[in-house]
Design a protein around this ligand. Structure first.
Ligand code: ADP
Length: 406
């Protein structure tokens, strides 16, 4: 059987991220990012093995960026694509897994757009442009929310009037599902359990951060909610605040909703706590070592809130087979892992300092001390997960009988 190829696309309002993945290889054959789309400074940087180049996208159009992928794919793939996998942020309650894109699926993505107004419309644009460039192959949508559709109502419902849920979809959805699914599956392999089995607390810590309780491949609860603002402290997002904050700021400072929204999403989190120093954990860890008070506070609050979230999610699980750290911070910051686990001593969790120190290459590994439940560092690979889900969907479709017309 040929080694199938999937083009993974993540389209934002001014960006287009892509990766060409083969079924058998751990690394992408080709990957890149087109940025500043919508301006005359559009540019696409890409790499394939040791080759790194860039192409100007002077008209700034998503369609031009998408079209410029064709010759690159021909150059590095040497065989036709099997499918295009599109990352879509919000699937509402419509999707529990990967879905072959047709008119019905497009309508459902559009239907969920009010829940992700910054993301879903851009991703619909990406799907439409890609379908015009990559014709005659399946296009598949993979939703950040789908993995969490297994949450029970007691985890996903807010204590709000029922009509807000049933008529307006106000509930907790959760995000980063692709990453939580990937690392929990890898954890079962690393620990020698049956693939996909185990009771895990996962912490995806990148610019956006979320935790998840996963039991035997199913999300039972997660820290993000109706939008990716709920939960942990993030790079520029506040995470949980008192819901009365909005009315308090409106009454006392005269702020309108847009200003409050902007503050909570773009000026808060690590950036806000560090007195505007940085949203980047690397910078904060370095500044903390130099005695910067704001940076120290930001790191402390980040780790404490993360530990509190993991402890809270533990109630969703019958036991803890392991705690998993992933994402740029989770994979690369021994300090964040150490400070977080210190708050979790109640669970018998403890870190081995030598194992916690980051080795070159950062492979998946165990870092717990002595009798502690497993603590794992597992590099996430959302594109690999998307590739696998696309191919699994195609395999499933191939085994299903074709419906006969009556
Ligand atoms: P995204 O969510 O955009 O994919 P990443 O998963 O790449 O982001 O994570 C970005 C975060 O990871 C940044 O806060 C960055 O500072 C942090 N990070 C990367 N390397 C390190 C490191 N060595 N130590 C601490 N933080 C790190």
């Amino acid at each position: 059987m040929t080694d199938r190829l999937v083009l993974v696309i993540n389209c934002g309002s001014s960006s287009l991220k892509f990766a060409l993945r083969s079924e058998s290889e751990q690394k992408p054959l080709l990957s890149g990012l087109a940025e500043r789309l919508g301006t005359a400074d559009g540019v696409m940087n890409w790499k394939a093995g040791d080759i790194r180049e860039h192409v100007a996208i002077t008209d700034g159009k998503h369609s031009t960026a998408m079209a410029s992928l064709l010759p690159l794919i021909e150059r590095f793939a040497h065989r036709p694509l099997t499918a295009v996998g599109h990352r879509v942020v919000h699937g509402g309650e419509h999707f529990t897994g990967a879905s072959l894109i047709d008119d019905e699926v497009l309508a459902a993505i559009e239907d969920s757009a009010p829940l992700a107004p910054l993301h879903n419309p851009a991703q619909l644009t990406g799907i439409s442009e890609a379908r015009q460039v990559f014709t005659d192959i399946p296009h598949i949508a993979i939703f950040d929310t789908a993995f969490h559709q297994s949450m029970p109502p007691h985890a996903y419902r807010y204590a709000l009037p029922e009509a807000l849920y049933s008529q307006h979809g106000v509930r907790r959805y959760g995000f980063h599902g692709t990453s939580h699914r990937f690392v929990s599956t890898q954890a079962s392999l690393l620990m020698g359990l049956e693939p996909g089995h185990g009771a895990w607390l996962t912490a995806h810590l990148g610019n956006g951060c979320s935790t998840c309780a996963v039991l035997d491949g199913k999300s039972l609860d997660t820290s993000m909610g109706m939008t990716p603002l709920e939960g942990l402290v993030m790079g520029t997002r506040s995470g949980d605040v008192d819901p009365n904050l909005h009315s308090h700021l409106a009454r006392t400072l005269g702020w309108d909703l847009e200003r409050i929204d902007n503050m909570l999403n773009r000026e808060s989190g690590l950036l806000g706590l560090s007195e505007g120093l940085s949203n980047d954990m690397r910078t904060l860890v370095a500044a903390r070592a130099e005695g910067h008070a704001g940076a120290s506070l930001a790191v402390e609050v980040f780790c404490y809130r993360l530990a509190r979230s993991l402890a809270g999610l533990a109630v969703a699980l019958p036991r803890i087979d392991g705690v998993i750290f992933t994402g740029g911070i989770g994979e690369n910051s021994p300090l964040v892992r150490e400070l977080t686990v210190r708050h979790l001593a109640l669970f018998g969790l403890a870190i081995d300092p030598a194992a916690n120190a980051t080795p070159p290459g950062n492979p998946a590994r165990q870092i717990q001390a002595g009798n502690s439940p497993a603590i794992l560092v597992i590099p996430t690979d959302e594109e690999r997960q998307i590739t696998e889900e696309c191919l699994a969907l195609l395999d499933l479709a191939a085994t299903q009988p074709v419906e006969q017309e009556a």
